[in-house]
Design a protein around this ligand. Structure first.
Ligand SMILES: Cc1cc2nc3c(=O)[nH]c(=O)nc-3n(C[C@H](O)[C@H](O)[C@H](O)COP(=O)(O)OP(=O)(O)OC[C@H]3O[C@@H](n4cnc5c(N)ncnc54)[C@H](O)[C@@H]3O)c2cc1C
Length: 249
C-alpha cells in the first residue's frame, strides 16, 4: 500500500503566542513547534497499516524550512519518504494550501496513486476543518472525517466514526481520503535507529505555483487575558464568611 499523511507545523500547545504589531503574523522566535495530536495519530495509523499490509508511508507538509523538523520526526517513527512544499513569503489561506497540496500529490503520484491519503481531523492552530475536504474534492476521491478506525479490505477501506450512541461504519473504494481523529491509536516514540534514519532521510521539495486563495487576512488578535485570583483562607472565620457569601450556609 502507498499511504500519504499530510501534516502541519504548528506552535507547541501551551506556548504564549505573541501577535506582531501589524496584526498579520505571530512572533515565532521563541516558540517550539509540533503537529496536531490528530496528525500524530494519523502517522502512527499509517505506519501500522503498512506493517500489516506492506508498502510505504510518505509525509508531506506545506510550511517554512523549519517544517523539515516535523517531517523528520515522522520519519523517525516509521515514515519512509518526506516532501516539503516551501511556503516562502506568500499568504496561504486554506484554499491555496489545499491547491498546493493537490498539485504536490499529483506530482508524487506520477508513478502510481496513493491508496490512502490521511489528514488530521483539524489542525491544532487555525482548525478550519477544510484542507482535507478540499483536497479530496479536487482529486475526485471519497472522504470521511472524524475517523477512529481503519481496516483495509480488497479494494476497499472500512472506516469507523464514533458517535454519542455507538459508531458509524463507512466502506469507501480505494483510493480514498481519511480525516483521522486523535485516539485512533497511540503514537509511538522514535527508536534510536529511527532517529538516525530521520537524520539521513532525503526530504524532497515540491515548488508550488502561484495559488490564489479566496480569503484575505483582517487581523490576528490575542484573546483577553484571563485573570485568576486565589484567596488563602487562613482561619475558620474567614472560611465561614466565604461559605456564607457563596450561599452555602
Ligand atoms: C487569509 C489567510 C492568510 C493566511 N496566511 C498564512 C500564511 O502566510 N502562513 C501560514 O502558515 N498560514 C497562513 N494562514 C493559515 C493557513 O491558511 C491555514 O493554517 C492552513 O490553510 C490550514 O488550514 P487549517 O489550519 O484550518 O487546517 P485544517 O483544515 O483544520 O486542517 C486539516 C488537516 O489538513 C492538513 N493540513 C492543514 N494545513 C496543512 C499544511 N500546511 N501542510 C500539510 N497538511 C496540512 C493536516 O492534516 C490537518 O490536520 C492564513 C489563513 C488565512 C485565512
Amino acid at each position: 500500500m502507498r499511504i500519504l499523511v499530510c501534516i502541519k507545523r504548528v506552535p507547541a500547545p501551551g506556548a504564549r503566542i505573541v501577535v506582531e504589531p501589524d496584526g498579520q503574523t505571530i512572533d515565532t522566535a521563541n516558540l517550539g513547534f509540533t503537529i496536531s495530536p490528530h496528525e500524530e495519530c494519523a502517522v502512527e495509523a499509517a505506519v501500522q497499516l503498512v506493517e500489516q499490509h506492506g508498502g510505504n508511508v510518505t509525509v508531506m507538509t506545506l510550511g517554512p524550512e523549519g517544517a523539515e523538523e516535523q517531517l523528520r520526526h515522522a520519519v523517525s517513527v516509521g515514515a519512509t519518504d518526506a516532501i516539503l512544499i516551501p511556503a516562502g513569503e506568500r499568504d496561504w489561506d486554506p484554499q491555496a494550501t489545499a491547491r498546493a497540496l493537490t498539485d504536490a500529490i499529483g506530482d508524487a503520484e506520477s508513478d502510481g496513486a496513493f491508496d490512502l491519503i490521511l489528514f488530521g481531523n483539524e489542525s491544532a492552530d487555525s482548525g478550519g476543518y477544510q484542507v482535507g475536504v478540499r483536497v479530496s474534492r479536487a482529486l475526485g476521491r471519497p472522504m470521511v472525517n472524524g475517523i477512529k478506525g481503519i481496516e483495509i479490505g480488497k479494494g476497499v477501506v472500512t472506516l469507523r466514526r464514533e458517535t454519542d450512541g455507538g459508531s458509524e461504519l463507512y466502506e469507501l473504494p480505494l483510493p480514498a481520503v481519511v480525516g483521522v481523529k486523535e485516539g485512533i491509536t497511540l503514537p509511538r516514540y522514535p527508536t534510536l535507529r529511527g532517529r538516525l534514519a530521520s537524520k539521513k532521510a532525503d526530504v524532497r521539495t515540491f515548488e508550488a505555483g502561484e495559488q490564489p486563495g479566496g480569503q484575505s487576512m483582517v487581523a490576528l488578535a490575542n484573546p483577553p487575558e484571563q485573570v485568576k485570583q486565589t484567596v488563602m483562607l487562613t482561619d475558620a472565620a474567614a472560611a465561614v464568611d466565604v461559605m456564607e457569601e457563596l450561599g452555602l450556609l
